[in-house]
Design a protein around this ligand. Structure first.
Ligand code: PRX
Length: 674
């Protein structure tokens, strides 16, 4: 990240909405007043206004058993019906729902009527495979229309999806399949990434055979979409082609109502331990806040806007702001399969021009990457259709914010910097574009109906002009309902730091106006390109390698990706036994320090360890650098002092080492790395 918080707080540029924008804005200031009068009642109003309820609810919030909330508990709805059929019934069947663009340039369009028809068939396929209400379905797909269709088909029959990002490894996929006991996996042969087909099905095959016959998975069938046309292996009886099943499926399917608290999806995210958490979201409250925020924060005019969120469905942004929010609101959107630079650096801008995108939602890492490439690339395209830009996933530094507005938003578009998390389900802090005077770098204000506080360690609100820990002080409709299969971890992780309040894991500062500036995670969770990674998970992957004795991972500041994964490892020396088999013993730092390994060996080992993490967890977790060191800095009680390692990784002078058990260690480490 560029600039410290002190620099950020000296940021004085302000951007008020234009009169024209203000006059046509969907969200007006009175929303705040209405919400603050009676929060649950406000959300009740939104739920009635934005969604179709088969059975209207009479209760809004039930918080009698905190932290387990229930919203609209006696109401019934069908999430897919809300995203599809009702728009067709309202006469909007011909409106385009999805403009899908493949990486190689192929494209397909689905109107709301067409998408509804596809989802009905897919729902019938799921039913014919024995998937029913409450069953879990793992979805491991590229960004193709079938990803959206599968999610909605699962929702339509009251089953629960667990989308696993295609960049995760076979092992990560299997851990998620096992944790949720998924009965079905929906995947593709492969998808297009960076100019070539990247296979997916082999990872599914590998994941389902991990542990051999002794360790059978819960998966009965694998549905395979043909996209990459790459050769794949086939397990008769288990594997089925999506297109064959869809062609044979019944075309009629009537959406049944389900209670508002019916589980909708599980999405795994990294925490502070090695085991990812299955964040559970349910139906009515989630869809209400997804629709409300999508409409008001993006100032959505569904008849005229063309909305594009660049997120993959494997992340929460792809759930809430590619699938559920936009489709509940009847929006027309673009989805894109590939990477921003394939086949050329202007690919995103070409797509904006081709579809006349009006609202663009992206992550700061992408913006900073484009900034580095230079404005001559976007300048070659007609971006005049854009009228609103959004940012998500990590703090956006003022320089990137202003560049985004000037170069992409032709100096006029508002930018909404939206803070939220997998756990919050939907946006929590953001400007309202027709109301708020924007401050580059600040996410600014809690949305109507959301109660945010910044507390000191004792739990006292810090007040203006101070920093502390960000909490959500009152339940909200899209809040997680728990961690799949682990209610104790849910209570412990989120609700035990400040009893009765949700602790998000982020540090924040209130400026003199009371606006919120996010300062990043205060726990051992890293944020790399807007994606969450756990230091503990990567450390445990590293120590599972036979050459590694100990590992410490830190998120080091990185100009482009926000943070980068940097690992420090102590290796074991290989020695040969009498039996001639290679054996390992821990390197004794005093006699056989890192200097005993020559530079080529060190480089090769670093590369091997980086690849090991990519195979185990997925390419997104691959450390940017692995340093082989003789020792790790520890306190006398044995706790690794990550702060010092971060100093080393960021090339800073090493901070206070007085609590180190052995002050020499840091000299050794910085000598090695430098
Ligand atoms: O640290 C915050 C950061 O991303 C974390 C949530 O990550 P994840 O659950 O993967 O969801 C990302 C997409 C919503 C938060 O704890 N974060 C998210 N949005 C912002 C942000 N940090 C600063 N500014 C934001 N707008």
């Amino acid at each position: 990240m560029t600039g410290s918080i002190d620099n950020l707080l000296h940021e004085t540029r302000r951007f008020a909405p234009s009169e024209e924008f203000q006059a046509n804005a969907v969200a007006q200031a009175e929303l705040y007043d209405r919400a603050s009068e009676d929060r649950p009642a406000f959300w009740g109003e939104q739920a009635r206004e934005l969604l179709h309820w088969h059975t209207p609810f009479t209760k809004t919030l039930n918080w009698s058993n905190p932290p387990f909330a229930q919203w609209f508990e006696d109401g019934e709805l069908n999430v897919a019906y809300n995203c599809l059929d009702r728009h067709v019934e309202a006469g909007n069947g011909d409106r385009i729902a999805l403009n899908w663009e493949g990486e190689p340039g192929d494209s397909v369009t689905f109107t709301y009527a067409e998408l509804t028809a596809e989802v009905k068939k897919a729902a019938n396929v799921l039913l014919s495979l024995g998937v029913g209400r409450g069953d879990r379905v793992a979805i491991y797909l590229p960004m193709i229309p079938e990803a959206v269709i599968s999610m909605l088909a699962v929702a339509r029959i009251g089953a629960v999806h667990s989308v696993v990002f295609g960049g995760f490894s076979a092992e990560s996929l299997r851990a998620r399949i096992d944790d949720a006991s998924a009965r079905l996996v929906i995947t593709a042969d492969g998808g297009w990434r960076k100019g070539k087909v990247s296979a997916l099905k082999p990872a599914v095959d590998a994941s389902l055979t991990i542990g051999g016959d002794e360790n059978p998975s819960t998966v009965e069938h694998v549905l395979v979409v043909k996209r990459g046309k790459n050769d794949i292996d086939w397990v008769e009886g288990r594997d089925l082609w999506w297109h064959d099943q869809i062609a044979a499926a019944d075309t009629e399917h009537e959406a049944q109502p389900f209670p508002a608290e019916t589980p909708l999806f599980i999405l795994y995210t990294s925490g502070t331990t090695g085991k990812p958490k299955g964040i559970l979201h349910t139906s009515g409250g989630y869809l209400t806040q997804a629709a409300f925020t999508h409409k008001n924060v993006f100032d959505l005019h569904p008849e005229t806007d063309v909305y594009w969120s660049t997120a993959d469905v494997g992340w929460i942004t792809g759930h809430t702001y590619v699938v559920y929010g936009p489709l509940a609101n009847g929006a027309t959107q673009v989805i894109y399969e590939g990477t921003p630079d394939s086949p050329h650096g202007g690919r995103w801008w070409e797509i904006v021009q081709k579809y006349g995108v009006t609202i663009l939602y992206a992550a700061p890492t992408a913006i900073r990457t484009f900034m580095k490439l230079g404005r001559q690339i976007p300048d070659q395209f007609d971006l005049s259709s854009l009228r609103l830009l959004g940012s998500v996933g990590e703090p956006i530094n003022p320089e990137a914010w202003v560049w985004y507005r000037d170069v992409i938003g032709h100096g006029t578009t508002p930018i909404v910097d939206t803070w939220w998390q997998t756990e919050t389900g939907a946006m929590m802090i953001s400007a309202l574009p027709g109301v708020t005077t924007l401050k580059p770098g600040s996410a600014q204000v809690p949305l109507p109906g959301i109660h945010i506080e910044v507390l000191d360690e004792q739990g006292t609100p810090v007040g203006k002009n101070s920093g502390g820990l960000l909490v959500v002080a009152e339940p909200w409709p899209a809040m997680l309902r728990g961690i799949w299969g682990d209610p104790d971890r849910y209570v412990e992780t989120y609700w035990s730091t400040f009893p009765g309040k949700y602790f998000a894991g982020d540090g924040a500062r209130l400026d003199r106006d009371g606006d919120v500036w996010l300062l990043g995670r205060v726990d051992d969770v890293m944020n790399v390109s807007g994606h969450r990674l756990s230091t503990a998970e990567i450390e445990s992957s590293l120590v599972s390698h036979p050459r590694v004795a100990e590992a410490a991972v830190v998120g080091a500041n990185d100009e482009t990706t926000g943070q980068a994964v940097v690992a420090f490892v102590i290796v074991r020396a290989e020695t040969a036994d009498d039996d001639g088999e290679a054996d390992v013993t821990v390197v004794d730092a005093t006699t056989l320090g890192v200097t005993a390994l020559d530079a080529t060996t060190l480089d090769a080992l670093s590369a091997e360890l980086r690849a090991h993490v990519a195979t185990q967890i997925g390419a997104i977790a691959r450390p940017k650098q692995v340093f082989i060191v003789a020792e790790l800095p520890k306190t006398r009680s044995g706790k690794i002092m990550r702060r010092l390692l971060r100093d080393v990784a960021e090339g800073r002078e090493i901070g206070d080492t007085t609590t180190l058990a052995d002050a020499q260690v840091m000299t050794v480490i910085s000598g090695t790395v430098g």
